[in-house]
Ligand binder design. Structure first.
Ligand code: SF4
Ligand code: SF4
Length: 471
C-alpha cells in the first residue's frame, strides 16, 4: 500500500458524514472565501448571460406569443413562440427522455459541471446572493466575526439590509417564475389591478418569494447535497473516466508547508503546500484533496485558489484541475468508453426523432370520417351523396373561416352551416355532405382528397373514402 493509499484509508471516515453536519447532527454554517481567478471570471460571464435569458425570456414575444410558457394549470405550453397542446404531450415525453439521457451522458463525461456552471440554484446562490453577502458583510473572516459579534446597531443594520435585499431578489425571482407559469400578461394584471381581484395570484407570489428566500438565505448548499436528486445520483453516474474537478494526488503528495528555496522533490515533498486555500473557497465546505465527493458541485473555485497559490510559490498550475481519476492514476488521456458511446448513439437518435417531430408538427389537426352508421344516398339524377364529419383543432391564436373543396373530382361539398368559423385555440366538429356523379365511383368506393382552406389558404389535405352502389 502506498503512502497516499494509507492516508486515504485512514481518512475514509469523512465519507460517513457530509461536511456541513457535525457529530451532534447540527448544521455547520459555511463561510466560503470570496473566489477570484480565471475560472471565476468565466463563470461570472456565463452566469450573467444565463440570468439575462432567464429574466428576459418571459417578456420576449415571438409571433405574438410569449417565447417560453409552461402553464401547467391550463395545460398550455409555448416554446419559442409555438403553442403546444395536451395533444402534443408525446413531444414533451420524448423531450424529457432526451433530457434525462443527456444529463446522464453529460455527467458520465463531465461530472457535475452543470451544477457549478449552469444550474440556477448555484448561479443565484454564488453569483447573486453570495456576492451581495460579500458586499454587505465582507469576506469570509468578516462574516464569521459578524456572526459571533453582539447585536450592536451596526450588526442590526447589516442584517436588516442583507435580508431586505435577499427578500427583494426572491420577490423578483418569484415573479419571473410565475411569468413562466401563468404568463407575463397575467402577471402584469396581478401587479397592476386591484389586489382583491387577484388574491390567489398574490398568495402564490408571497409563497414562492418565501420559498426562494429560505432556499438562498438558509438552505443554501444543502439543496445540492441533500435535496437535489441529480446531486444524489452522481455517485452512480460517475466512473474513473469522468472528467471532474480533482486534486492530482500523484503530484501533490506528500503535502507539506512551503519553505523558501527548498527543493521539495528532493526531500520527498509533493507540490501541495497545505495552504488550505482550496478548502477555504469551497462553497460546500469540503477538502477536494480527499477525492471526489458527493458535495462537490464542480464550481472550479478551488482550481482558481490553488492555481493562485502555485503561481505565488513558483510551481506549475493545475494541481487541482478538470481531469479524470484514471488520467491522474495512469497518466492516460480521456477515453471514450463503451458506455459513453452507447449513450451518445442513443442521444443522437432521440434528438433526431424530436427534431423530426417538431418540424413536422402542424398548427392544425384535422380528421374527416364518414358519419357513423350512415350509408350512401342516390338521387334520380345519378348523383351519390355521403354524410361526413370533420374534426378541426386550431392550435393557433387566430380565427379561421373554413372552406372545404374536393381535389381531383367534379363532386361538390355542402356544409350544414353557411359560415364555418374555427375559433382560436379551439376544437370544431361539423358535418357536411359530399355529392359525386355515379360515374366517378368504381366498385362501390372512391378515394377522396378533401382540401381544408382557412381564410382562403390551404391548411390541410385529408384522405377519406366515399361509398356508393356496387355496379
Ligand atoms: S471542491 Fe472545488 S469544485 Fe468542488 S465544490 Fe468545492 S470549490 Fe467547488
Ligand atoms: S490550494 Fe493547492 S496547494 Fe493549497 S492546500 Fe489546496 S491543493 Fe494544496
Amino acid at each position: 500500500m502506498t503512502d497516499y493509499e494509507e492516508i486515504v484509508e485512514n481518512e475514509e471516515a469523512f465519507r460517513d458524514s457530509i461536511s456541513t453536519v457535525n457529530k451532534e447532527g447540527k448544521r455547520i454554517w459555511i463561510f466560503p472565501k470570496k473566489p477570484k481567478g480565471g475560472f471565476y471570471n468565466k463563470r461570472k460571464i456565463v452566469s450573467y448571460i444565463l440570468l439575462i435569458i432567464l429574466f428576459g425570456a418571459p417578456h420576449v414575444r415571438i409571433n405574438g406569443e410569449q417565447s417560453l410558457l409552461f402553464n401547467v394549470i391550463e395545460r398550455k405550453f409555448v416554446i419559442f413562440g409555438k403553442i403546444f397542446w395536451p395533444q402534443d404531450l408525446y413531444l414533451f415525453a420524448i423531450a424529457m427522455i432526451i433530457g434525462v439521457v443527456f444529463v446522464i451522458l453529460f455527467t458520465i463525461i463531465y461530472g457535475r459541471l452543470f451544477c457549478g456552471w449552469v444550474c440556477p440554484q448555484t448561479i443565484f446562490m454564488e453569483m447573486v446572493f453570495r456576492r451581495i453577502e460579500y458586499w454587505i458583510d465582507g469576506d469570509w473572516t468578516y462574516q464569521k466575526q459578524l456572526r459571533e459579534a453582539p447585536w450592536t446597531g451596526k450588526k442590526i443594520f447589516k442584517r436588516v439590509l442583507k435580508h431586505s435585499v435577499f427578500w427583494s431578489i426572491s420577490f423578483l425571482i418569484a415573479n419571473t417564475f410565475l411569468a413562466y407559469i401563468i404568463g407575463s400578461d397575467e402577471l402584469w394584471k396581478i401587479q397592476t389591478e386591484p389586489l382583491q381581484e387577484h388574491v390567489g395570484g398574490l398568495i402564490a407570489i408571497v409563497i414562492f418569494t418565501t420559498i426562494f428566500y429560505l432556499v438562498f438565505s438558509k438552505l443554501r448548499e444543502q439543496v445540492c447535497t441533500t435535496i437535489c436528486p441529480y446531486g444524489r445520483l452522481q455517485g452512480v453516474l460517475l466512473d474513473q473516466n469522468s472528467m471532474v474537478v480533482a486534486y492530482d494526488h500523484k503530484r501533490g503528495e506528500e503535502r507539506a508547508k512551503f519553505r523558501k528555496n527548498e527543493e521539495r522533490k528532493s526531500v520527498g515533498k509533493g507540490d501541495c503546500i497545505d495552504c488550505y486555500q482550496c478548502v477555504h473557497v469551497c462553497p460546500t465546505g469540503i477538502d477536494i484533496r480527499n477525492g471526489t465527493q458527493l458535495e462537490c458541485v464542480n464550481c472550479t473555485a478551488c482550481i482558481d485558489a490553488c492555481d493562485h497559490m502555485m503561481e505565488s510559490v513558483g510551481l506549475e498550475k493545475g494541481l487541482i484541475r478538470i481531469v479524470s481519476e484514471k488520467s491522474i492514476n495512469d497518466g492516460t488521456p480521456f477515453i471514450w468508453t463503451g458506455r459513453v458511446k452507447a449513450y451518445t448513439a442513443l442521444l443522437v437518435v432521440l434528438i433526431g426523432v424530436l427534431v423530426t417531430l417538431l418540424l413536422t408538427r402542424k398548427d392544425f389537426e384535422v380528421s374527416v370520417y364518414r358519419q357513423r352508421g350512415s350509408t350512401f344516398q342516390m338521387s334520380d339524377s345519378a348523383v351519390v351523396s355521403n354524410i361526413f364529419e370533420i374534426n378541426l383543432m386550431n392550435k393557433t391564436r387566430k380565427n379561421y373561416k373554413i372552406e372545404l373543396t374536393l381535389e381531383e373530382s367534379t363532386g361538390t361539398i355542402d356544409l350544414v352551416l353557411d359560415d364555418l368559423t374555427l375559433k382560436s385555440e379551439s376544437l370544431l366538429k361539423e358535418r357536411f355532405i359530399v355529392r359525386l356523379p355515379l360515374s366517378e365511383i368504381e366498385k362501390g368506393t372512391k378515394t377522396l382528397h378533401i382540401v381544408v382552406l382557412g381564410n382562403g389558404k390551404e391548411i390541410q389535405r385529408v384522405k377519406t373514402k366515399f361509398i356508393g352502389p356496387l355496379l
